[in-house]
Each structure stands twice: as structure tokens, then as C-alpha cells.
Design a protein around this ligand. Structure first.
Ligand SMILES: [Zn+2]
Length: 140
């Protein structure tokens, strides 16, 4: 086996091919809105892509540095649900909010954009300003 082939095999073992992802242009406007609302710059290295391999609506990984959005869920979401999902994952990945906040408000809506089940369109619309006012606060 040539040295080049060996290096290539090691490379594939260390960095699985499936982990190399290209930023999907679908998410560019969401990144821009997040930067405007949070005052936090989305790192150039962070990739956002569609992936059916995630069993969640979305996930944030650090090695490689990627947000994966489940396309089956994405296409069933309305605009505010999509925005909520991307903001939630960007909060994990850029503001390092690693824990969820599963508290509920008196009306039954999620208390934070960091709730683990953030998919209620009605609640997102009702409390969007509150969510935005609070998220990534320590990073501003
Ligand atoms: Zn989460």
C-alpha cells in the first residue's frame, strides 16, 4: 500500500466522510436574522445543513462543528417554527447554551427558546419577543 493511500485511509477513519458537509444556502437568511437579533456573530466554521441522520428536529455538534436540520421535520414546519428551530440550535452552537430549559409559562407555552420541545407555532408567535429578549444574553 502506498503512503498516500494509507494517509487517505487514516484521514477517512479520523474524519468520517459523511461528516463533511457544505453550508446549505437555505439557512443563510436565518443566520443573518440570528446575528441581528442576538448580536452574536455566527462563526464562519459553523456549517448548517440538512441531514436525515438526526432523529431530532435539529442538532448541534462540535466535532465537526455543524448544525444538522432534519428535512422531514423542516418541510412540515411553518416559518416561525423554522426560525425557532434554527435559533434554538444556533443558541446551542454559538452561545454555548448546552442545557435545555423545560419550564413552562402559566399559559402552557415554553418559557424559553431553549425548551427541548419548541415546536408550538401559536406559542412561538405569542412569546417571540420574550424569547428573543432573553436568548444569548450573556454573549451580547
Ligand atoms: Zn436543543
Amino acid at each position: 500500500m502506498s503512503k498516500g493511500a494509507l494517509v487517505y485511509i487514516i484521514f477517512l477513519l479520523v474524519f468520517k466522510v459523511s461528516d463533511f458537509m457544505v453550508d446549505d444556502p437555505t439557512f443563510k437568511p436565518y443566520k443573518e436574522l440570528f446575528e441581528r437579533d442576538s448580536g452574536v456573530k455566527v462563526p464562519e466554521l459553523l456549517t448548517i445543513t440538512f441531514s436525515s441522520s438526526t432523529k431530532f428536529a435539529g442538532s448541534c455538534k462540535f466535532l465537526p462543528y455543524v448544525i444538522q436540520i432534519n428535512p422531514r421535520i423542516w418541510y412540515n414546519y411553518d416559518t416561525i417554527q423554522r426560525l425557532g428551530l434554527v435559533y434554538h440550535e444556533l443558541s446551542h452552537c454559538t452561545c454555548f447554551r448546552l442545557k435545555h430549559n423545560d419550564k413552562l409559562l402559566e399559559d402552557g407555552c415554553q418559557a424559553s427558546i431553549m425548551h427541548s420541545k419548541l415546536n408550538n407555532s401559536k406559542c412561538l408567535k405569542k412569546h417571540w419577543k420574550k424569547y428573543i429578549a432573553e436568548f444569548c444574553l450573556d454573549k451580547r
